[in-house]
Design a protein around this ligand. Structure first.
Ligand SMILES: C[C@@H](O)[C@H](N)C(=O)O
Ligand SMILES: C[C@@H](O)[C@H](N)C(=O)O
Lengths: 160, 160
């Protein structure tokens, strides 16, 4: 059993904003994120899946504290973004399995998903990189998720 | 002008598979990725945005060479995955701006998106982490995108 990761990370007080139905053409992502950057809002994670019918959704996370400012910034933009809907949700958490070389070793991501599934933790968004598999989940389930992931990946839990 | 990144990475011969309309409940992501892992297919990036009407889409990338095997594996699963559609696309590339501490420094992502937009490079999918902003684009635009990104982030291009 060679599946191995080096740690579990968790960020609480996460909020997400989803801009739905943006036109899938060059310039749209820039038009959304330039004003946010200019107003100094720290965007954690950006997720965009592939388009259908020439539109797609772009989500991003910010700290819960920054949600009102980020929302009001994005609301100003919705004319440039075409006919899109805005939705948001707070009280989320980002849990990640951190390791190295995971991208080319089948099994890390599926193990994370299985551990969360068995704990009845729903996965709201997924992003991955070579060294990190990140899932957005409900904040109220984060503590339990972290415990289950430590166990599932055979990692010692840090001392409380 | 403090925007700074340490490198541009690019992977060619990328293919994506999108499973659309999967039920958004625990166990679905595990059900999709466990069989892929068991058949030894190396999944690069996984992208899932937030659901609408209790369903969402899950995309993942594999090398172009692994696309047929991955597709046939996912087709077998579509009964477990509920009523969902499968789509795929080859001849893609993953371009990334690599750095450190980018997640909390506004401006890196928006600069990457602006550089691509100005080069008329459409962004198909986006995932980010603390150290990497990754965009899936058409492979035929990758070489140009890498050049533009080196310029946009004031990085020396490696010798040809
Ligand atoms: C949707 C958005 O990413 C668009 N495709 C762009 O390139 O900006
Ligand atoms: C869609 C999929 O991610 C589902 N929410 C799960 O937890 O498995």
């Amino acid at each position: 059993n060679r599946i191995k990761a080096t740690g579990i990370a968790c960020t609480n007080n996460v909020a997400k904003i989803t801009v739905r139905g943006v036109p899938d053409r060059p310039g749209v992502a820039a038009a959304l994120f330039e004003p946010l950057a200019q107003s100094g809002i720290s965007v954690d994670t950006i997720v965009q899946n592939t388009s259908e019918d020439r539109t797609t959704d772009i989500s991003f996370t910010v700290s819960g504290t920054d949600l009102p400012a980020a929302l009001s910034k994005v609301e100003e933009l919705s004319t440039e973004m075409g006919t899109c809907e805005l939705s948001s949700e707070a009280n989320l958490a980002a849990v990640s399995v951190v390791g190295s070389g995971m991208q080319h070793t089948p099994g890390y991501a599926s193990r994370m998903f299985r551990v969360l599934a068995d704990g009845n933790v729903n996965i709201d968004m997924i992003t991955t990189s070579e060294i990190r598999i990140s899932c957005i989940i409900r904040e109220e389930q984060a503590q339990e998720a972290v415990k289950l992931l430590h166990r599932g990946f055979q990692l010692d839990e840090p001392n409380p």
